[in-house]
Write a protein that binds this ligand. Structure first.
Ligand SMILES: Nc1ncnc2c1ncn2[C@@H]1O[C@H](COP(=O)(O)OP(=O)(O)OP(=O)(O)O)[C@@H](O)[C@H]1O
Ligand SMILES: [Mg+2]
Length: 224
C-alpha cells in the first residue's frame, strides 16, 4: 500500500526578478515500510524535495498525499499535528536547539505531543542510550562532536516512533568513518521501528541498501 505519493510536483523560487525552477513534474510513490534513497548532484533540489514531502515547504503545483490525504491542504494546526505525530526529520545540518541539552532536545517532540516532562524525558533518555550517548545526556549541542550531534538529531527524529522518516544527507559534514557509523545506526533503527523512509545521500553504498533508488537531475526524477 502506498503511504506517500507525490504527483506532478513542481517548485519554482522567485525573487521578483528571476525565477528558479527546481522541480519539474516529479512523481514518486513510497510504499508502507519501503526505504527510498534520493541521489543527485549538489543543487539538484534534494533538500527542496524533502522539505515539500515533509510539509516544511509548499509546492508551486502538484500534490503530496499521505495515506491519501493532501498534506498541503491541512490548516496550520492540523499540519503541525501531522508533522509531530507522523514525521521524523533529520536535517542536513542537525538543527538542534543550542540552549537545550541533548535530553531536552530529544524530549521536545514528546512534550509538543502533550506528554509530561518526566514521561518524555524517560523515553528520551532511553532513546539517547539506544544511539550510544548514555554518557552525553546533559551536554549541550556546543559540547558535542559533529557525529554526536547527528546521533542526537537521529534520536530526536525517532523518539516518537513516526511512521515516516526523512533524512537529508545527515552525514554531509562528517568524516567518512563517522558518517558510515551514523548511516548504519539509521538503517538499523529504521528496520527496528519498521519506519518508511526517504533518505537523501551522496553515498552509493548507502543508496544500494535502500529498497528503491531515485535520482534528481534538472528538476526531473528517474528511478535507478
Ligand atoms: N529559497 C530559495 N530561493 C531561491 N532559490 C532557492 C531557494 N532554496 C533553494 N533554492 C535553489 O534551489 C536549488 C536546489 O536547492 P536544494 O537545497 O534543494 O539542493 P540540494 O540538492 O539539496 O543541494 P545539496 O546537495 O548541496 O544540499 C539550488 O539551486 C538553490 O539555489
Ligand atoms: Mg541539500
Amino acid at each position: 500500500m502506498s503511504l506517500l505519493q507525490c504527483t506532478d510536483l513542481a517548485k519554482q523560487f522567485s525573487d521578483g526578478e528571476n525565477i528558479t525552477s527546481v522541480l519539474e513534474g516529479v512523481n514518486l510513490t513510497v510504499d508502507q515500510g519501503q526505504s527510498v534513497a534520493v541521489v543527485g548532484s549538489s543543487g539538484s533540489g534534494k533538500s527542496t524535495f524533502l522539505h515539500i514531502l515533509g510539509g516544511l515547504d509548499t509546492p508551486t503545483s502538484g500534490t503530496v498525499l499521505f495515506n491519501n490525504e493532501n498534506i498541503h491542504q491541512f490548516n496550520q494546526a492540523k499540519a503541525a499535528q501531522w508533522r509531530n505525530k507522523n514525521i521524523g526529520f533529520i536535517y542536513q545540518f542537525h538543527h538542534l536547539l543550542p540552549e537545550f541539552t541533548a535530553l531536552e532536545n530529544v524530549a521536545m517532540p514528546l512534550l509538543i505531543a502533550g506528554q509530561s516532562t518526566s514521561t518524555a524525558e524517560e523515553t528520551a533518555q532511553a532513546m539517547l542510550v539506544r544511539v550510544g550517548l548514555a554518557h552525553r545526556i546533559k551536554h549541550f549541542p556546543s559540547q558535542l562532536s559533529g557525529g554526536e550531534r547527528q546521533r542526537v538529531a537521529i534520536a530526536r527524529a525517532m523518539v516518537h516512533q513516526p511512521e515516516l522518516l526523512f533524512a537529508d544527507e545527515p552525514t554531509g559534514n562528517l568524516d567518512n568513518a563517522t558518517g558510515l557509523a551514523i548511516y548504519a545506526l539509521l538503517l538499523e533503527l529504521k528496520t527496528e521501528y519498521n519506519m518508511t523512509s526517504v533518505i537523501v545521500t551522496h553515498d552509493a553504498q548507502l543508496a544500494a541498501k535502500c529498497d528503491k533508488q531515485v535520482t534528481l537531475t534538472s528538476g526531473k526524477m528517474a528511478e535507478l
